[in-house]
Design a protein around this ligand. Structure first.
Ligand code: PPE
Length: 315
């Protein structure tokens, strides 16, 4: 992670080191925040944000589910994101919008606390490593179950909910694996600590549904569409743990992780232990879409008008 110069806070850009909050910020105590992970890529047409509209829509949906009114419009958040990228002079970056209950009255009741909004950007390489993206990573089924709709809202991308992912991630890391695979509360395969999951067997791609309490991943929907456009059958359905071990191929998707294959799960090789042909096919097309090399998915990109790319004045 490489530090940038400026962070957008409640309508203005402040120096990175000045983007601070009070210790009585409600979200620090009770996890009352929602956020997004978005990426901008350096494409042949300039810097472009992948599926920006969908990410902003999900941010507002997450906020709504936790009773937060964002004091900016979607278009204002979009424009602020563009400005933050441009003013930091970045051609590609990770983007982290955060909406949270700020400092106000203590106690669980949040609705009298302000809703603060920040947007940070920074250069961030491959989340599970470049080598991981090429050769695949090693996954471990977590002893922690994915949070369920019984107690929170798994479809919301809420900060407090990530304690679940943190427990799973640390457990996997300490056991010597790159990523955790969480089961849902019924014991069905759910997702990674920060990625959705796809399992391939006999040429068919399966992936858990919202009923398994996955996060509604935007990369997940993109990968489903790309795979179908390539002619593959994609079936969203429940997946038994054993299917991970019988799989020919397994891969994960997420904004940070992009499309990363798994080469091993619970010390068993996935297929022959190397990314398989369907994974590589979908990954290639996905990478082309991200990096603006694909005409077919060109409308998934929100172009950032950098000063140099803006049309020259005509007078
Ligand atoms: N599940 C979880 C739990 C999750 O956090 C993510 C994104 C996904 C699935 C995939 O969603 P999408 O990015 O829309 O395809 N995780 C974000 C945060 C990672 C982090 O370490 O922070 C991300 O990838 O940006």
């Amino acid at each position: 992670m490489k530090q940038a110069d400026l962070i957008w806070m409640n309508g203005e850009l402040v120096a990175w080191e000045d983007a601070k909050v009070h210790v009585l910020t409600h979200a620090l105590h009770y996890g009352t925040g929602v956020f997004e992970g978005v990426r901008a890529y350096d494409t042949p047409r300039g810097t472009a944000i992948f599926r920006h509209t969908e990410h902003i829509d999900r941010l507002f949906a997450s906020a709504g589910m936790y009773y937060m009114d964002i004091p900016f419009s979607k278009e204002e958040i979009r424009a602020a994101t563009h400005e933050t990228i441009v003013r930091n002079g970045l051609r590609s970056c990770y983007i982290r919008p955060l909406v949270f209950r700020g400092a106000g009255p203590m106690g669980l009741y949040p609705l009298d606390c302000p809703v603060d909004v920040t947007i940070a950007v920074w250069e961030w390489g491959a989340y599970l490593g470049d080598e991981g993206k090429q050769r695949g990573v090693r996954g471990k089924v977590s002893s922690w179950r994915r949070i369920s709709s019984d107690s929170v809202i798994p479809l919301a991308k809420a900060t407090g909910q990530y304690l679940n992912s943190v427990l799973a991630k640390v457990e996997a890391d300490k056991a010597g694996y790159e990523e955790a695979i969480l089961l849902d509360d019924r014991g069905m395969v759910c997702e990674g600590s920060g990625e959705n999951l796809f399992v391939i067997r006999d040429g068919v791609i399966v992936t858990p549904t919202y009923a398994s309490d996955v996060l509604g991943g935007i990369s997940r929907l993109s990968a489903i569409q790309i795979a179908r456009d390539l002619g593959y059958e994609v079936v969203p359905r429940d997946i038994a743990r054993g299917e991970l071990y019988l799989a020919d191929e397994v891969f994960m998707t997420g904004t940070a992780a992009e499309l990363t294959p798994l080469r091993e799960i619970d010390d068993r090789p996935v297929g022959d232990g190397r990314p398989g042909p369907i994974t590589l096919d979908v990954q290639r097309e996905f990478e082309d879409a991200l990096h603006g090399r694909s005409e077919r998915y060109a409308d998934w990109l929100d172009l950032v008008q950098t000063p140099s790319a803006a049309p020259a004045p005509t007078t």
